[in-house]
Design a binder for this molecule. Structure first.
Ligand code: HEM
Length: 160
């Protein structure tokens, strides 16, 4: 009876238990990161991509840009209405940045990254957020070594 009632309201009866109590699977779904949380991470990872490439740590740049993609995948699950725009942005703007990282081509990287910045403005405008503008910080904010991995020395001035 109860099960039928819950299902009639489109609610799941599956419960998740923690040592603090129980929550329904619907409540669990409800608290998954939405667009604001995802985009905060996207902005930080995008910045880190830039400074890793600038420092010559191309593998780290690829890692950070992959995390931008991973955040897009997350948003496509929790906020499916943005899926098409995120896919389109990936194809038009992220892919060329990935290619420049693959080629270790700083000149190409800088121009494709700049296009990516402009692209984010286009999509923020399109989705009704003209007041949201990504800007690249003037200094890297990283606790990771940004130079080529083979130049890393633990304890040296550049490796601390
Ligand atoms: C690399 C590309 C992008 C960057 C760096 C970026 C960056 C950001 C940043 C920093 C915010 C503000 C987050 C906060 O602190 O609240 C934001 C918000 C937002 N972005 Fe992006 N974004 C990018 C691409 C996109 C794309 C392609 C879309 C298309 C759907 C999009 C849709 C949104 C939306 C809807 C918000 C508002 C979220 C909310 O507050 O609910 N962004 N973005």
């Amino acid at each position: 009876m109860i099960r039928a009632g819950l299902e009639a309201h489109g609610m799941s009866e599956i419960k998740a238990k923690t040592r603090h109590g129980e929550m329904s699977i619907d409540q669990l779904a409800e608290i998954q990161p939405g667009m604001a949380a995802v985009m905060k991470e996207v902005g930080e990872r995008f910045t880190q991509t830039y400074y890793a490439a600038k420092g010559g740590n191309w593998k780290l740049a690829a890692h950070h840009l992959n995390q931008v993609r991973a955040e897009f995948r997350k948003a496509k699950v929790t906020r499916p209405k943005f899926a098409d725009d995120l896919d389109a942005y990936d194809k038009e703007f992220l892919l060329p940045i990935f290619e420049s990282i693959r080629d270790r081509d700083w000149v190409k990287f800088e121009s494709t990254f700049k296009n990516g910045e402009v692209g984010s403005d286009l999509y923020h405008d399109k989705r009704g957020y003209p007041h949201i503008r990504y800007v690249l910080p003037k200094e890297p904010r990283s606790d990771l070594f940004l130079g080529p991995p083979e130049k890393f020395v633990r304890g040296s001035a550049t490796g601390v």
